[in-house]
Design a protein around this ligand. Sequence first.
Ligand code: NAD
Ligand code: TYD
Length: 353
Amino acid sequence: MSVLITGGAGFIGANFVLDWVANTDEKIINLDKLTYAGNMASLASLQNNPQHVFVQGDIGDDKLLPKLLAEHQPRAVLNFAAESHVDRSIHGPGDFIETNIVGTFRLLESVRGYWQALASEAQQQFRFLHVSTDEVYGSLSPQDPAFSENNKYEPNSPYSASKAASDHLVRAWHHTYGLPVLTTNCSNNYGPLHFPEKLIPLMIVNALAGKPLPVYGDGMQVRDWLYVKDHCSAIRRVLEGGQLGETYNVGGWNEKPNIEIVNTVCALLDEMRPRSDGQSYATQITYVKDRPGHDRRYAIDARKLEKELGWKPAETFETGIRKTVAWYLDNAEWVANVQSGAYREWVTKQYKA
Ligand code: NAD
Ligand code: TYD
């Protein structure tokens, strides 16, 4: 038995692959294009492990996909591959349309061809799990209830619009062709292996480098933070027990304004790696121009997943953020490795640094 994951060299995908190998004996085939966000250093511990098979390639490659599927006969395909950073989608939406919409369409077609040719029992067992985001639901005002699976889609950024489109395609492939799909919509993840263009790792890396900590606008935008290992356990649970054609919201009940997150990161660094001049890292906080179209608040109501499938996050924000800061302090080599020329170009473009 095996499963095929796409985007398994990215932040969440690599955590998923590592947890999969740690928790099961089943082979995992990992298809990743290795864009700037894909990083083989995250998978270095699996280099000689036959349970993990890495293939560099594009989800939209309709020659490679049928070959891979025929060769490995996976019982499931888990689609993590995407362009994932909102700020990049504002500077250049093209790659987001290409991978998140056209790529997902091509992947669905390759998987449909494979699934239709399976023997009837294997066909019944097969699953296509699509990993998506809460950002498809748009932005909440302070008094709104958290997003449930019944909220309408109101994406506001090129990123969230492209993910919304991919969710619609996945849904349509179920209703039209019967493809056995599951979709998860998750809130903001944090944890080890997170590329330092996103809020939490960027703050840790900049703080340690003595650089400004750029907070967009008034810093009062709210996100609902989930430790990445909890997201991975939710995906495993949905894969095994989810109802076909259903979507499941995944969240950690941890709504926090950005400025509180940044202050928490600074306080943990003050404790674990104090600045040599005795000052707090919080003195590096710098308010910068807001993101265009910045969504004010996201919050996930994860009760469906909890009630139907008995899933609960294992970490609180306090335990998860402490583990995360400690991981970045212990993995300076990984951080140095991902801060390549391409990373520096992005930082210059976005922050004029
Ligand atoms: P990431 O950007 O860290 O990783 C994406 C991975 O996909 C990279 O390894 C990249 O090389 C690969 N990839 C990109 N285009 C590809 C293509 N055309 N073919 C094959 N591989 C390709 O993203 P992430 O944070 O790990 O997110 C994974 C998934 O989870 C995405 O679908 C994202 O929309 C979703 N999601 C992320 C978050 C979050 O907080 N990070 C929250 C909710 C949902
Ligand atoms: P991000 O990690 O990019 O995730 P998303 O946009 O998908 O929610 O950003 C999280 C929040 O942090 C978001 O409200 C934007 C804000 N932010 C900053 O204030 N400064 C930064 O440098 C970054 C990258 C994000």
